[in-house]
Design a binder for this molecule. Structure first.
Ligand SMILES: [Zn+2]
Length: 144
């Protein structure tokens, strides 16, 4: 059965969430991918659609690789900036929640109410405890 986390557990989860929001590793990974794609496409001669009309001459690798630091820096600033603003383009927040009154798992929007009239809180505020009522498997956290 789903049990609401204690204030201490909620505080610790919030601390971890905040710490994770400053972790740049995913931004580094995506920026590196984009930068390598830019360098590779220049090397292969795959310029943008507009410039391809004029010339599709592949750049020598030594020239194409010079773009790598700039492409990486630009992409990293863009991805990390979006992440710090809470606009992670690669992740969507979980929209699953649990009714505090009837414990029904459901899809939520911010400040939504259950059909029983109880408040629906984000599923992150609960934890699964196998117990007497726990003869069934935990519901899918995504609410599918
Ligand atoms: Zn309810």
């Amino acid at each position: 059965m789903w049990v609401k986390k204690t204030p201490e557990e909620l505080e610790e989860a919030e601390r971890q969430r905040r710490r994770a929001s400053f972790n740049p590793s995913s931004s580094v990974f995506f920026a590196a991918c984009i930068a390598m794609l830019i360098v590779f496409s220049d090397w292969m001669g795959w310029h943008g659609a507009g410039s391809c009309m004029r010339s599709c001459i592949p750049l020598p690798f030594e020239k194409a690789i010079l773009k790598l630091p700039f492409a990486f820096l630009f992409s990293f600033c863009m991805f990390y900036g979006l992440k710090l603003l809470g606009l992670n383009p690669f992740l969507s927040a979980s929209s699953a929640g649990i009714c505090c009154r009837c414990s029904k798992v459901q899809t939520v929007t911010r400040r939504s109410l259950c059909e029983c009239g109880g408040n629906v809180e984000p599923i992150e505020n609960f934890r699964w405890v196998p117990g007497d009522a726990g003869t069934q498997d935990p519901p899918d956290p995504d609410g599918k």
